[in-house]
Design a protein around this ligand. Structure first.
Ligand code: C2E
Ligand code: MG
Ligand code: MG
Length: 752
């Protein structure tokens, strides 16, 4: 610019302007020119310094004159604003920026040229795409205040924008997480004062944020007892006892990550178990500036844990304690009794013929029976006593803190009384009974396992005594229990080793004395155990599933032997065979009966099946229809041991059988036992009125015989007439009788 001015001056020197004056003017100009030259150098130096300075700026810096022409621009222009790629100095802003971009900044340019400093953000179109800029226009005014141009500072803030955007998004995410989290999130300052609580936290605690924020610490909703307990734990008996929220943040303050279970107390006083983790928020120097508490509601987990614990200790069907829990309770009860000098009774209870219910009516009915029994047992004892189910139909009651061992009789009776009412199970009305065995601590053993074993032995004794009763353990039973296991083993081999045989007891017409038939009675002679009575082994066979093969063998053998007797004696002889209720679980029982008849050639009307009352108590349609099938074949059915156990005369009106067999316990008490006499008379007359015949068993005396005869009892059997005998002996005996009686089969005893 300076050179341009000097050049112009040389060209304009002409003689027309006068030599002296021009020389002076030229000198002056030269002086001015050298002054300007040095000024120019100074300016150039300043410009260089300015450039150096502005080059370091991370922004485009420019000076534009009033015409919006670039007078100066640092090289950052390329990265921070240029679009043309050439040096913009001398060019107008609109040319450099392009029309579109210029339109964006134009209002600010005009404002700057009006003397206003403007600061704004704009998105401009650059060769590589849109870029965000932060732009400052600062007006340049001269001494008079007139605007000469303006300084422009333009900074590419795309990266910053992107970071801001990311930050915003991150914050939004955090907020969303905070708001939508299922966990309660509580932020506190370093003193524990709540700064923020998320919606889940408010829902969990049933507080509004404004009730807590800035006012309380989370200690407000901690279970105070837990806080105190934990505070004492933390002090470890030595240091000062920590209190309040400090108890919860102690680990986090020490830089430890810790998750702990606590109980929060909600605004309404209800409690919620929570798993809490507390994190210390640290400032630049690492000092704690606050805490972030995250609490998860663990109610469901706690419930599941409780359920698992419950299941591990309870029977799932009846919800009664199981063996494990019962063992624990028994151990505790024994310890307590030892200290206090009291007694503990172990009552073992097994349902009579439960297997039969399960087999004939199905497991659903069986389950329902067990549930009802469980309920009733619970009602029979004090809440503090333990009623447990050991499995199957076996229950144990542990009676704690008994002052007198003799109290057990009353309790045992009340337990048995629970079975008086029939059990209603899936529309079946079932008369259930139980056999109960009792052992007492410390009398019958000092160890739980022994006490249970002894109660078990007593229970088997109760079963052997005819069920539906209880027995207290005595020493003798212990050996019986071991015997029982030996016996079961022996019984499994009894048939293959031909240890079973049948005896026959004659049945007489009481009026005529004529032998009408025989009852087959099973005998088992074991080389080691000796002669085992059926009252002992039949129950065992029923329990261990052997009664079915045994019963089948009895039926077949009895029919064959009875036919042999008939042939040898040359007369018709009825045959009564005992059937166990358990045999009715066999669906093919009617077929087995008809096969026995077919195989032996016996007429169906010569066979009578003796069943016990128990079978009707199950009220099973299946059993009834099986009996009807059997009766339809021509085989008769009698109810054995009538009057024992469940003794309900009403059964007689409901079920059709051919014979009633009065139990020998009534016959035994005749004629003087009042109850026996009344019952016997009633049974005979009711049975007759219903078209059934009556037979009395166990007749041992003449009085008994006379009494029964006078009441119209049809048949009788008993030692008065004859003991049960082997087939051969019986044939001999009967042949003898016949010879003595001149051809009739009248028993000798009746005639004497
Ligand atoms: P039960 O069917 O009531 O048989 C009558 C029982 O009374 C028989 O006992 C018989 O020997 C006995 N007895 C007969 N007369 C007299 C008497 O005058 N006085 C006394 N005190 N007892 C008398 P046993 O043979 O010991 O049989 C007992 C029970 O075993 C039978 O009672 C029956 O329930 C069962 N039992 C016997 N054999 C079989 C069988 O083959 N199958 C099934 N399921 N049970 C059988
Ligand atoms: Mg019988
Ligand atoms: Mg009987």
């Amino acid at each position: 610019m300076i050179a341009r001015i000097l050049g112009w001056l040389a060209r304009s020197r002409s003689p027309a302007t006068g030599g002296e004056a021009l020389g002076v003017l030229q000198r002056d100009f030269q002086a001015l020119a050298s002054a300007l030259e040095s000024r120019n150098l100074e300016l150039q130096c300043q410009t260089r310094q300015l450039r150096m300075l502005t080059e370091r700026l991370p922004a485009c810096m420019a000076y534009l004159d009033r015409d919006q022409r670039f007078q100066f621009c640092n090289s950052q222009f390329d990265c921070h604003g240029g679009t043309t790629g050439s040096n913009p100095v001398g060019q107008r802003l609109a040319e450099v920026m392009g029309e579109d971009n210029f339109r964006v900044v134009e209002p600010y340019v005009l404002s700057a040229l009006r003397g206003n400093a403007v600061h704004f953000e704009a998105t401009l179109n650059m060769p590589d795409g849109e870029v965000d800029f932060l732009i400052d226009y600062v007006p340049d005014t001269d001494a008079s205040g007139a605007v000469q141009g303006f300084f422009a500072l333009q900074l590419d803030i795309s990266e910053r924008r992107a970071m801001e955007q990311q930050l915003m998004e991150a914050l939004a995410w955090q907020q969303a997480m905070f708001d939508s989290s299922d966990f309660a999130v509580i932020a506190t300052d370093m003193h524990g004062t709540i700064q923020a609580i998320n919606p889940a936290g408010q829902r969990m605690l049933r507080y509004d944020a404004d009730e807590l924020v800035g006012q309380h610490t989370p200690a407000q909703f901690h279970d105070p007892v837990e806080l105190v307990r934990r505070g004492i734990e933390l002090s470890d008996g030595r240091g000062p006892i920590v209190s309040g929220f400090g108890v919860v943040t102690a680990a986090a303050t020490d830089g430890l990550a810790q998750e702990r279970e606590w109980t929060y107390v909600r605004r309404d006083g209800s409690r919620v178990p929570v798993s809490v983790s507390v994190t210390a928020i640290r400032g630049v120097g690492g000092a704690v500036s606050g805490f972030l508490t995250i609490a998860a509601d663990i109610t469901e987990r706690k419930q599941a844990e409780a359920l698992i614990r419950h299941q591990a200790h309870h029977d799932s069907l009846t919800q009664l304690p199981n063996r494990t829990l019962m063992d624990d309770r028994l151990a505790v009860a024994m310890q307590r009794a030892q200290r206090s000098g009291q007694f503990v009774a172990i009552v073992m209870l097994d349902l009579d013929h439960f297997k039969h219910i399960n087999d004939t009516l199905g497991h659903q009915v069986g389950d329902s029976v067990l549930q009802t029994v469980a309920q009733r047992l619970r009602l029979a004892v004090r809440p503090s006593d333990t009623v447990a189910r050991l499995g199957g139909d076996e229950f144990v009651v542990v009676l704690d803190g008994m002052h007198k061992a003799s109290d057990i009789h009353r309790i045992a009776r009340s337990i048995l009384d629970q079975f008086a009412e029939p059990v209603l199970a899936n529309a079946h009305e079932l008369q259930i009974s139980a056999s109960v065995g009792i052992s007492v601590f410390p009398t019958d053993g000092s160890e739980a396992s022994l006490l249970l074993k002894n109660a078990d032995a007593a229970m088997y004794d109760a079963k052997a005594a005819g069920r539906n009763t209880y027995r207290l353990f005595d020493r003798q039973m212990m050996s019986q229990n071991t015997d029982r296991m030996e016996m079961e083993l022996a019984l499994r081999h009894a048939m293959e080793r031909s240890e079973m045989r049948l005896e026959y007891q004659p049945q007489f017409d009481l009026e005529t004395g004529e032998i009408m038939g025989v009852e087959a009675l099973l005998r088992w002679d074991n080389p080691v155990l000796g002669s085992v009575p059926p009252t002992v082994f039949i129950g065992l066979a029923e329990e261990c599933g052997l009664i079915q093969p045994i019963g089948h063998w009895v039926l077949q053998t009895a029919c064959h032997e009875a036919m042999e007797m008939q042939k040898r004696l040359g007369r018709r002889l009825g045959l009564a065979v005992n059937l166990s209720p358990v045999q009715f679980a066999q669906a093919d029982l009617p077929e087995l009966v008809s096969a026995a008849l077919r195989d032996s050639g016996m007429m169906p009307n010569m066979l009578e099946l003796e069943i016990t009352e128990g079978i009707f108590l199950l009220n099973s349609e299946r059993t009834i229809s099986m009996l009807n099938t059997i009766r339809a074949m021509g085989v008769s059915v009698s109810i054995d041991d009538f009057g024992t156990g469940y003794s309900s005369l009403s059964y007689l009106t409901r079920y059709t059988v051919d014979w009633i067999k009065i139990d020998q316990s009534f016959v035994h008490d005749l004629p003087h036992g009042k109850n026996a006499a009344v019952l016997t008379t009633a049974i005979i007359s009711i049975a007759h009125s219903l078209g059934m015949m009556v037979i009395a068993e166990g007749i041992e005396t003449r009085e008994q015989y006379d009494y029964l005869l006078a009441r119209g009892c049809d048949l009788g059997q008993g030692f008065l007439f004859s003991q049960p005998m082997s087939k051969d002996k019986l044939i001999d005996w009967l042949e003898n009788q016949a010879t003595q009686a001149g051809g009739t089969a009248k028993p000798a005893l009746i005639n004497t």
